[in-house]
Design a protein around this ligand. Structure first.
Ligand SMILES: [Fe+2]
Ligand SMILES: [Fe+2]
Length: 294
């Protein structure tokens, strides 16, 4: 048995136990489940969404701070959840509530550098939104769904980090020592990667299919058969986040960008330069969002 595998005897069994006992994984708070229903219903109004959020005082205060942050650049001050919903819209509120809830759900101890994890996720989310906005008119995609997908694309890592602390420490060490990507190290050492683990969580939470596909295929967009534009956007944004120094550690290795990704999205060199300019100009705003989110 090789050295790295010898140190991880039982890792596969531990993963199997997690997968088999999905009830042991965290549930999506009922407020988020209900809010997704409210957002999806054509009969809902701003008061319906606000009434749900206001049941949770901590979430309410976070919502109002986020709505007033430079990230959204709303010129007047927002003092109630109802006005936050009216001004920002249902889809933005859904992504704010999902982001804040996931951050809270996994706020305990971690193997990974959790600050870097959230920075990577939020910069990927912001980059995804900017890419989709740039593609408006070419591709019909919702910028807020892209933001949501960006925030949660690596969520499988949080399960490894909280439920398999020792095993995941070794995965990190192995990826670093051998200059390979985390995904490759997970496949090699655990036999399951964070995209596959994320799928289990997405199914347990009954997330919309496009979000699930973004989680499952963000490293291999050419393997997706549905939600292909969104999957390509998240793949590109994930790579950009790394390029901007927002990886999980300094000098983290990763596979090169999928060759067909930009062509599928019809992003040429000039478009890409504009997108990068917009993302780099927005990095400071994402810091503020991040500070409130945590
Ligand atoms: Fe990933
Ligand atoms: Fe990522």
């Amino acid at each position: 048995m090789s050295e790295e595998n010898a140190g991880l005897a039982g890792a596969k069994e531990r993963i199997a136990a997690i997968v088999e006992d999905v009830d042991s994984l965290p549930s999506l708070p009922s407020i988020v489940v209900k809010l997704i229903d409210v957002v999806n219903s054509s009969e809902s109004c701003a008061e319906d969404a606000a009434a749900l959020i206001e049941k949770d005082p901590a979430l309410t205060s976070k919502m109002i701070r986020l709505a007033n942050s430079a990230f959204y650049g709303i010129p007047r001050s927002i003092s109630s959840v109802t006005s936050a919903v009216v001004v920002l819209g249902f889809n933005t509120i859904r992504s704010l509530v999902l982001s804040a809830s996931v951050a809270k759900m996994f706020e305990g101890k971690h193997t990974i550098d959790i600050d870097r994890f959230w920075k990577h996720s939020v910069v990927t989310a912001m980059a995804s939104k900017i890419i989709v906005r740039h593609l408006m008119g070419v591709r019909m995609m919702d910028p807020e769904s892209a933001f949501c997908a960006g925030v949660i694309h690596d969520i499988g890592m949080l399960i490894f980090s909280q439920y398999m602390t020792n095993d995941y420490t070794k995965v990190y060490e192995y990826a670093r020592a051998n200059s390979i990507s985390l995904l490759e190290a997970e496949d090699k050492i655990l036999g399951v990667n964070h995209a596959q683990m994320g799928k289990i969580l997405a199914e347990r939470w009954s997330l919309p299919l496009d979000l699930e596909y973004a989680i499952v295929y963000h490293h291999k967009p050419d393997e997706a058969d549905k939600a292909v534009p969104l999957v390509n956007v998240i793949h590109l944004a994930d790579n950009i986040s790394h390029d901007l120094g927002c990886g999980h550690w300094d000098g983290e290795s990763r596979k090169p960008e999928c060759a067909s990704c930009r062509a599928e999205l019809k992003i040429g060199d000039a478009d890409y330069a504009k997108i990068m300019f917009n993302i780099e100009s927005s990095l400071d705003k994402s810091q503020e969002f991040l500070a409130i989110l945590k």
